[in-house]
Design a protein around this ligand. Structure first.
Ligand code: ADP
Length: 526
């Protein structure tokens, strides 16, 4: 009586260590697989999914099945063993009483399915609400969200939105708890029916002298070792059933088809020239077409050439830059880099040799040096300095109290817009791509910032091929080829002078877009 419990509790410690190790190991692998799977989605997935939803599935959903993974296996093995050994013993004591005691077991087991399903439904609803909560947090409590909330005075609206979702989670959790309790009470009822039956039937037998009182007492003692493990097994079954719903949410993500993947035998480029070609490219965001977002685009960028994209807003210019960097694959036609179809090219090589600079510069919450080294982890301090000097941002960095070791806030909020852009250009200089894709800023910076950026850009673009969404006159003037887009098609192409002569869409755009800005900087007399 003393030795066995001591041994059992020692084994218990070891067992719970193993169980936790296994459970956490499984969780860890699911999380990592999910993250990896998400990284290999195309931009389409992220534009269609709320970011809070992604965070929530990765964290809440994976976390909420932890108990099942950790506890169930152990439960299953130990309880099955106990049930089997108890059955063996009680059948040896008295087989007729044994049949009576297992006759009540179906009443334990039958309702589990329903309870499991109900709890599963509640669990799914809870996870959905949780991801809505994550989304509100993401939207309202990020820098840009907060700015919007404050500027529109929407605090009470957001508070209310959050409160409602939080209340919904509370109510669901309360229901989850009640369903479980109600079920447990039901089981307890049948657990006490068993002994009562044994006392009744066994009592009659004992009076007749067929069995001894001691047999009945021993028998009822064993019943606890039969019913308790059965209850635990049934509960485990309910847990698995209700976790099934959450597992489905997890597997939704794990089973996502990889949209942008390395080909089976990727082609490599060691020393690219930087030529880009679109061949009859059509694409629609739904992945099927028509209607096409861009249709039948064909053009070439020769090594070192600058091609400018112009066109009214919504004409498909950004979409072209997405296709050039393989953020989306064309639905029809092909895009080639140095003659190789992007779908056959190693993804690593594509991103190694192309770079994109947009108006919205993303800087990580890290030091300036770390942000720059994202482009090249092994860059030495001198190389960082050289890149910053080319991008006209070295003065700014060295003027900071901690220089390159200054933390830039999430999304680089502590630097001015122009400084952030120049830092992004420095990052590109470090990367040293052969093809640069650039979305010129539409918003006018002050003229000194503007001049600095223009100088930085000239230095960065020199000797590289580039595809530029042009908003500045100087860019279209220096472009070797201008593509004029309208409603997803290239409607005119040529140099500035040739296009102006035609007097078409380009001429109109030139008068509306390029002339006024330039006129403000250099007012003409008269
Ligand atoms: P531009 O850069 O010339 O302003 P875009 O390439 O951004 O034009 O957009 C071209 C068209 O594609 C627009 O009509 C726009 O509404 C649509 N579009 C852009 N992004 C998406 C998307 N993620 N899903 C569906 N349609 C989109």
């Amino acid at each position: 009586m003393i030795g066995a419990p001591v041994l059992a509790s020692l084994i218990g410690v070891w067992q719970s260590y193993l169980a936790t190790l296994m459970g956490q190991g499984v969780m860890h692998e699911i999380r990592v697989d999910m993250f990896d799977r998400l990284l290999r989605q195309s931009l389409r997935f992220f534009t269609n999914t709320k970011s809070g939803e992604i965070v929530s599935r990765l964290q809440n959903d994976v976390g909420s099945v932890q108990g099942v993974v950790t506890g169930t296996m152990v439960n299953l093995v130990s309880n099955v063993l106990v049930v089997a050994s108890t059955l063996f013993v009680i059948f040896r004591i008295d087989w007729r009483l044994s049949f009576v005691s297992i006759a009540v077991l179906p009443f334990f087991i039958l309702p589990t399915r329903r309870v499991g399903q109900m709890r599963g439904k509640i669990a799914t609803a809870t996870q959905e609400k949780m991801s809505e909560i994550a989304n509100v947090i993401q939207e309202a409590l990020s820098v840009s969200g907060y700015l919007l909330v404050r500027l529109f005075g929407a605090q009470s609206y957001e508070r209310q939105r959050f409160r409602e979702k939080s209340q919904a989670v509370r109510d669901l959790q309360v229901r989850q708890g009640t369903v479980g309790r109600w079920f447990l009470a039901f089981i307890m009822l049948f657990a006490s029916v068993g002994p009562a039956l044994i006392y009744w039937i066994g009592g009659h037998e004992a009076i007749g002298g067929a069995i001894s009182i001691g047999t009945i007492v021993a028998f009822v003692g064993y019943l606890g070792r039969l019913y308790m493990p059965c209850t635990a097994l049934v509960n485990a079954h309910v847990d698995v059933l209700s976790a099934g719903a959450v597992f489905r949410r997890i597997f939704d993500y794990l089973d996502l088809p990889v949209e942008i993947a390395d080909p089976e035998h990727p082609k490599r480029i060691a020393a690219p020239r930087g030529a880009l070609a679109f061949e009859n490219v059509s694409m629609s965001y739904s992945g099927e077409g028509p209607p096409w977002t861009v249709e039948d685009l064909s053009f070439e960028i020769a090594p070192g050439q600058m091609v400018a994209l112009v066109g009214p807003s919504g004409s498909g210019k950004t979409t072209v830059t997405y296709l050039a960097t393989r953020l989306y694959d064309p639905t029809r036609g092909r895009v080639r880099f140095d003659g190789i179809d992007l779908r056959e090219l190693a993804l690593g090589d594509l991103s190694r040799w192309t770079a994109k600079v947009t108006q919205e510069t993303t800087l990580f919450h890290a030091t300036i040096a770390e942000n720059l080294r994202y482009a090249r982890p092994d860059a030495a301090r001198e190389e960082l300095e050289r890149a910053c000097s080319i991008a006209q941002v070295l003065d700014v960095v060295t003027a900071l109290p901690q220089g390159f070791d200054t933390l830039v806030g999430e999304r680089g909020y502590k630097l001015s817009g122009g400084e952030r852009q120049r830092l992004a250009l420095a990052r590109v200089v470090l990367r040293d791509p052969r093809l640069l894709i650039l979305d010129e800023a539409t918003s006018a910076l002050d003229s000194r910032s503007e001049a600095l950026i223009r100088e930085a850009l000239e230095a960065v673009l020199a000797g590289r091929s580039s595809l530029v969404i042009a908003h500045r006159l100087s860019t279209v003037l220096s472009a070797g080829l201008i593509l004029v887009m309208d409603r997803g098609r290239i409607v005119e192409r040529g140099t500035h002078a040739r296009l102006l002569d035609r007097g078409g869409l380009y001429t109109r755009l030139y008068e509306e877009q390029f002339l006024p800005g330039e006129a403000a900087v250099e007012p003409t007399a008269g």
